[in-house]
Design a protein around this ligand. Sequence first.
Ligand code: NAD
Ligand code: UFG
Length: 349
Amino acid sequence: MNSQTVLVTGGAGYIGSHACVELLKAGYHVVVVDNLSNSKSESLLRVQHITGKSLTFYQVDIRDKQALTEIFDKESPTTVIHFAGLKAVGESCEQPQLYYHNNVFGTLVLTEVMSNANVKQLVFSSSATVYGESTFPQYTEDFPLGAINPYGRSKAMIEDILRDLYAADKISQTNSPWKIALLRYFNPIGAHESGMIGEDPNGIPNNLMPYVAQVAIGKLPQLSVFGDDYPTRDGTGIRDYIHVVDLVKGHLNAIQALNNHCFEAGGCKAYNLGAGKGYSVLEIIKTFEQVTGKLINYKISPRRTGDLAECFANPDLALKELNWKVEKDLHDMVTDTWNWQTKNPQGYI
Ligand code: NAD
Ligand code: UFG
């Protein structure tokens, strides 16, 4: 059993709540810091119900330095998983200051509090959006960065800050160097197999999977497929979808790697978390129809600005250094999404 305390920022959210389940199952003490700006505390009640274990929750904004310092003093975490952040690409274009303040300044405050408390193990939620456009659709971690919207740039800036923090330790030859895993997620979908926790988007979803689920259940009338003239096998966009439970298990493996010889002298390294293969929009629709027995009403619409034709991970480094790879397939992802959607048609209430 594990007696380490992991502090999880954004732990009430979609990915964070699934991470809390796996952390509790693995025996960690879990402390969640979330301002509930995009989540409900009900998710944490359900995390505790699923696991039969309790966690500690603080409704606090990570930009509140004093409150965060008090939490670190009281809880003495050894590691932080940092999920807290705003994530809507469109909103980030309309309100860039909000995104940079919340995501970038929030991370500055968090890392300052961590430094002061000498807690220097961090797993950070980055994103495949940090990569620049490429003619080759499969990304390795050394591919040039070049985010194209404020949300993506906020993630890229945070990655830079974290690399600089680690580099500063090397200069001052500190004996407790930063150990940081930057996890670049591809497209997380699905839900916990219990159907008790899942993705609960505000308003009309931007992302494909929750949109399809809401069409299937009759909350939305029709899906728009953004473009069928891409140079892909059926003309629609291809993405690397990854089950959220597989994704959060990658975080537990990352914590283990930070604790072992790989990171003995410190480090700040990026890892792709993806399946390594992509599915098209039409393939997602077809699988959804097969699993649910419902026809998805869709129409072909113009391309969405900023979308790539095809994008998927090369996850070899995560396998080699984190001993991690996906275990679930598209059928599992769709089945679990549908289970969550049908059990919680209004999301968390
Ligand atoms: P989410 O919105 O469900 O969860 C984020 C959580 O952070 C929410 O509970 C929110 O209330 C909280 N939060 C936001 N700002 C905060 C602040 N200043 N202080 C305290 N809490 C704050 O999103 P998610 O899908 O679970 O994403 C988690 C992380 O993963 C985010 O950083 C996101 O950018 C990143 N990510 C998500 C995806 C995706 O497709 N879901 C892809 C790549 C990366
Ligand atoms: N799509 C549609 N109709 C919709 C929504 C999406 O056809 O209503 C298509 C898109 O054009 C794309 C695919 O479905 O081809 C996936 O789109 P998503 O919006 O679900 O996902 P993206 O790949 O555009 O972006 C997501 C997150 C980003 C994150 C990125 C990589 O929204 O924040 O994955 O992790 F950075």
